[in-house]
Design a protein around this ligand. Structure first.
Ligand code: ADP
Ligand code: MG
Length: 321
């Protein structure tokens, strides 16, 4: 039998702390923030049956649990430093723990983000991570910072994760290859950390798209006291979704969810700087609309005609599981 302490030592404790003054093993970890920098802190929880299906691959879960948190740092323009992991597990299974920690640390190491502590308990599978990042004062990409006339940009592509979910739920029929390719986006999201860092000081507002673009952009509009026009046909569809019909492509790019791309705004004068930031971070970006003083979000097709998609964003308390 694996005890709680053996489990932590075997699967989560690394040889020595890199970023922290003191890492796993005491009552608290100790972090020494870089002088003059601000800390960006965020938590995200993954609950079995809610955010992922029972029996989900442990390696992918380790990746996704950290990826969704790093995505929040990216959306703020912060550099990842450290994270904590609170884990409830039905049982301490070695192969599950080995695969989970492998997926977790592969992504953590890619971003130099160090596990500094956490909590482990028996219970229904539940993974809660808190990330700590750093940014220079005044450079955070805040939701309340969009300005009249800003361009609206999207990183990467949208909708394939939602398409995979539609396939799993039999809302539509996907070929096995399509299902597999779309599911990659659902299970292994790529947090746009480098892009977020490159945009700090260039972009105004940013958010990561987790609940669907329309809803998440709505948060920027609300907090900034602005409206917007969004060209739905300009939204970059994921490679699988791009092969589907127009109605599904529009619905899933505009309000898919689980994309973990960045939606950000920047002044039109900064277009070249935005493209340079995208190039330097190896991330495609697409201009998809404009911030306007008139409140509300107006959706248009590629010709500029009004579109009524009656979309809604995902809400855990009002939507069915
Ligand atoms: P305490 O009882 O003082 O809260 P714990 O026994 O829960 O401490 O944890 C012992 C040490 O292991 C602490 O440093 C804690 O941060 C760390 N820890 C516990 N669970 C995890 C985990 N899942 N991942 C990383 N560190 C963990
Ligand atoms: Mg304690």
């Amino acid at each position: 039998m694996l005890s709680e302490f053996d489990l932590i030592k075997e699967y989560f404790k690394r040889p020595r702390a890199q970023n922290a003054v003191l890492g796993i093993g005491d009552d608290c970890a100790l972090l020494a923030p870089t002088p003059g920098m601000q800390m960006a802190i965020s938590s995200d929880m993954l609950v079995e049956g809610r955010h992922f299906f029972a029996g989900e691959d442990a390696r992918r879960l380790g990746h996704k649990a950290l990826a969704v948190n790093l995505s929040d740092l990216a959306a703020m323009g912060a550099k990842p430093v450290a994270f904590t992991l609170a884990l409830a597990l039905p049982e301490a299974q070695r192969d599950w723990l080995a695969a989970f920690s492998e997926g977790l640390f592969a992504l953590a190491d890619e971003h130099g983000c160090e596990l500094i502590g956490g909590d482990t308990t028996k219970g229904p599978l539940n993974i809660c991570i808190t990330v700590f990042g750093e940014l220079a004062p005044g450079r955070a990409l805040r939701r309340d910072a969009a300005r009249d006339g800003d361009d609206i940009w999207i990183s990467g592509t949208l909708g394939d994760a939602r398409l995979a979910l539609a396939g799993y739920r039999l809302e539509c029929t996907l070929g096995a290859d399509q299902q597999r390719a779309a599911a990659q986006r659902m299970h292994l999201p790529t947090p746009r950390v480098q892009l977020g860092l490159a945009l700090a000081g260039i972009a105004h507002a940013a958010i990561d798209i987790s609940d669907g673009l329309v809803g998440d952009l709505g948060h920027i509009l609300e907090r900034s006291g602005m409206g917007a026009t969004l060209d739905v046909d300009a939204l970059p569809a994921g490679p699988v979704l791009a092969t589907r019909d127009t109605a599904q492509r529009r619905a899933f790019t505009a309000a898919g969810g689980d994309d973990y791309e960045l939606c950000f705004t920047a002044p039109a004068a900064a277009r070249d700087a935005v493209l340079a930031a995208a190039a330097s971070s190896g991330t495609a970006v697409t201009r998809v609309g404009r911030i306007e003083a008139a409140p509300g979000l107006r959706l248009t097709d590629g010709q500029g005609a009004a579109l009524d998609l009656s979309l809604s964003s995902f809400d855990h308390f009002t939507d069915p599981a």
